[in-house]
Design a binder for this molecule. Sequence first.
Ligand SMILES: CC/C=C\C/C=C\CCCC/C=C/C(=O)SCCNC(=O)CCNC(=O)[C@H](O)C(C)(C)COP(=O)(O)OP(=O)(O)OC[C@H]1O[C@@H](n2cnc3c(N)ncnc32)[C@H](O)[C@@H]1OP(=O)(O)O
Length: 299
Amino acid sequence: MAAVLRRGVKLISSGSSQLLSGGCKHGRTSTLCISSSRPSSSKINVELDSSTGIAVMRFQNPLVNSLNLDFLTEICISLEKLELDKSCRGVILTSAQPKIFSAGLDILEMYGKNPEHYAAFWKSVQEIWLKLYGYSKITIAAINGSSPAGGCLIALTADYRIMADNPRYTIGLNETQLGIVAPFWFKDTMLNTVGHRTAELSLQFGLMYTPSDALKINLVDLVVPEEQVLSTATETMTKFLAIPGHAREISKSMMRKPVVDRLLSCRDADIKNFVSFISKDSIQKSLGQYLSMLKQKKS
Ligand SMILES: CC/C=C\C/C=C\CCCC/C=C/C(=O)SCCNC(=O)CCNC(=O)[C@H](O)C(C)(C)COP(=O)(O)OP(=O)(O)OC[C@H]1O[C@@H](n2cnc3c(N)ncnc32)[C@H](O)[C@@H]1OP(=O)(O)O
């Protein structure tokens, strides 16, 4: 159930099973409607300040915000609701988990499952990218932890990226390190942000960057002390909000539409390609080894 935090601000816990269709208004505060049952299953929370129009979406999928099917669906539904909500003007994406923005796609969704599962999972990955990269409202990634692969992709879809100044946090498209390949629309998103040569090296080596190195290649726009990430994101959002909305929105769409259209024109083929690639014995073996390496790292 939505709980009032301070004047004009509501906390919205949203489990995918709890979301109802359509936004609703409660007095002066515009928020999303959810039922009150089982709020503890929520993988995200959204705080929408109706006095500023700024929503903060926090990822809270323990342990590391890995992007599984349910989590992706939940994020997508919440983004859709915020997009339809006239009182929301921009969304800040950040993490409630310590040290991790998002560990990227959940490897367990791509390992040891059947083709139908792989297809459904990949469809949800496409959905989140299409939703975020084509999002009409302003998005800012407040990157308060590590952000490999799919986590980096989520950050890359934002209009602006602010990263915490902690050299332990890294960000990048590291897919090749897992023996897998970032698909063309991951590549295009990276390329549109950092340019051709940097994207080429970055993708081939599967490079992960510290915040200061990420800043050097424009993978992030700003690096600030960790405790200032959210406040800086809010200040930056205010600057974006000062621009006439329709002009900003059309400019964003002009920059991104060709890339969005490219995936829209071949979604089914892209799913087929993913299923066939990920089902290969050699790829499954690589993913299995990578998972073992993650586990061994602890011991
Ligand atoms: C031609 C091409 C055509 C089509 C496309 C084909 C291919 C598909 C491309 C797919 C694109 C893929 C994108 C991805 O996002 S792949 C995922 C990449 N992610 C990573 O490499 C991150 C790996 N994780 C880490 O580096 C660290 O875990 C992290 C995030 C820095 C956190 O470190 P730490 O705090 O020390 O925590 P642990 O390492 O101990 O992890 C805790 C726990 O979480 C498990 N885990 C971590 N990451 C993932 C993940 N991505 N998926 C699933 N599980 C993950 C980890 O194993 C630990 O589990 P445990 O059970 O041991 O507690």
